[in-house]
Design a protein around this ligand. Structure first.
Ligand SMILES: NC(=O)C1=CN([C@@H]2O[C@H](COP(=O)(O)OP(=O)(O)OC[C@H]3O[C@@H](n4cnc5c(N)ncnc54)[C@H](O)[C@@H]3O)[C@@H](O)[C@H]2O)C=CC1
Ligand SMILES: CC(=O)[C@H](N)C(=O)O
Length: 343
């Protein structure tokens, strides 16, 4: 089968590997669509993310969907021809965090496209059937692949305990922020203010249903939030940029007794946050890491048309042009690139 492997920063090699056989409890999936995530682009450009270093050729891609080609021993509920999306992290199932149900925090998770674990820019992937989810007829593999970033958004929305009518600031209008906007609205948020520093992203957010937008490079975020909430602060802030200035400003933007959820990962070692404000305003200040138990709900939201993921896609290119697709994905106004695998 064809794969595309990152051999050094900026270099993809097209390779031929043996098609895997599905092991016991696994499904073999013929890949159809794989989204390009910011972390894929980061590995492509730098060959590492923090302590995760690409030392051997690595297949990237963890936002995937395709068609079941074969099932391994003991697999029930799937048959060849079923369309599925794959949850990219398979936890150990035995550690304290897995036993507590917080399997997204498993330290021994096998996560696609995180060295040394391969991802999905390949014709076939054999994957644990417990982490495969059937797509209904009205959900395409193109949309199904985006259950991964949608899951990040659903998990953050749950961490934020969004309530009916809440006002929410989403800071960062990349794919994650865009889908957080969709997820909080599906959870009942009454109004969503979206902040970014790139006008084209804000235009996209506005077209995507943001109540208001603010360019944090040109206007004071505090003033914009004051205007948006008549001075009270938003009920919930979801930080989805990873920018230091944005993270620092979350505690000012939120109301007393409100909730801040940080998704964004920063390149900085230290970012100033007013901890006295967290105490004085009695804030819930939380992190949100990947997702757990979100895929069934992500598929259901897509099936019911309660969220729209396809609108974040800027372009679709074939795996044979993966270098060109990654170069395009690097452009600042691109939100999401999608790759087609096979014919
Ligand atoms: N916690 C988790 O499980 C996950 C975390 N992430 C992280 O979440 C963040 C968002 O992911 P993506 O949407 O893929 O990233 P992205 O880089 O595509 O989007 C970030 C957006 O933030 C904007 N931005 C930059 N400075 C800003 C500022 N001062 N104020 C407001 N917006 C600003 C950028 O213009 C961009 O549109 C990244 O830091 C990523 O590493 C991504 C996936 C999972
Ligand atoms: C941080 C990412 O982009 C990725 N989805 C991951 O969870 O590793």
């Amino acid at each position: 089968m064809q794969t595309v492997e990152l051999t050094e920063p900026g270099v993809f090699e097209h390779r031929e590997r043996d098609r895997p056989d599905p092991g016991p409890g696994e499904v073999l999936v013929r890949m159809a669509h794989v989204g390009i995530c910011g972390s894929d682009v980061h590995y492509y450009e730098h060959g590492r993310i923090g302590d995760y270093v690409v030392e051997d050729p690595l297949i990237l891609g963890h936002e995937s969907a395709g068609e079941v080609a074969a099932v391994g021993d003991g697999v029930t509920g799937f048959e060849p021809g079923d369309e599925v999306t794959l949850e990219p992290g398979v936890p150990c199932g035995e550690c304290a965090r897995c036993r507590a149900g917080e399997y997204n925090l498993c330290p021994d998770v096998e996560f696609m496209a995180t060295p040394p674990d391969h991802g999905a820019f390949a014709e076939y992937v054999a994957w644990d059937a417990d982490f495969a989810y059937e797509l209904p007829e009205n959900v395409s593999t193109r949309a199904g692949a985006l259950c991964e970033p949608l899951s990040v958004a659903i998990h953050a929305t749950r961490r934020a305990d969004v309530e009916l009518g809440d006002s929410v600031l989403v800071s960062g209008a990349g794919p994650i922020g865009m889908l957080v906007g969709e997820a909080v609205r599906a959870a009942g948020a009454g109004s969503v203010l979206v902040a970014d520093v790139v006008e084209a992203k804000l235009d996209r957010a506005a077209a995507y249903g943001a109540t208001e937008t603010v360019n944090a490079a040109e206007e004071s975020l505090t003033d914009a939030v004051d205007e948006f909430t008549d001075g009270g602060g938003v009920d919930v802030v979801v930080e989805a940029s990873g920018a230091a200035a944005s993270i620092s400003s979350t505690v000012d933007a939120v109301r007393r007794g409100g909730t801040v959820v940080c998704i964004g990962l920063s390149a900085e070692d230290e970012i100033p946050v007013e901890t006295n404000e967290i105490v004085d305003k009695e804030l819930d200040f939380k992190g949100s890491f990947r997702f757990r138990n979100t895929y069934d709900d992500a598929v259901s939201l897509l099936e019911r048309g309660a969220v729209d993921v396809e609108r974040i896609i800027d372009f679709e290119m074939p795996m044979s042009d993966l270098t060109a697709a990654f170069e395009r994905a690097k452009e600042p106004d691109v939100v999401k690139g999608m790759v087609t695998i096979g014919e």
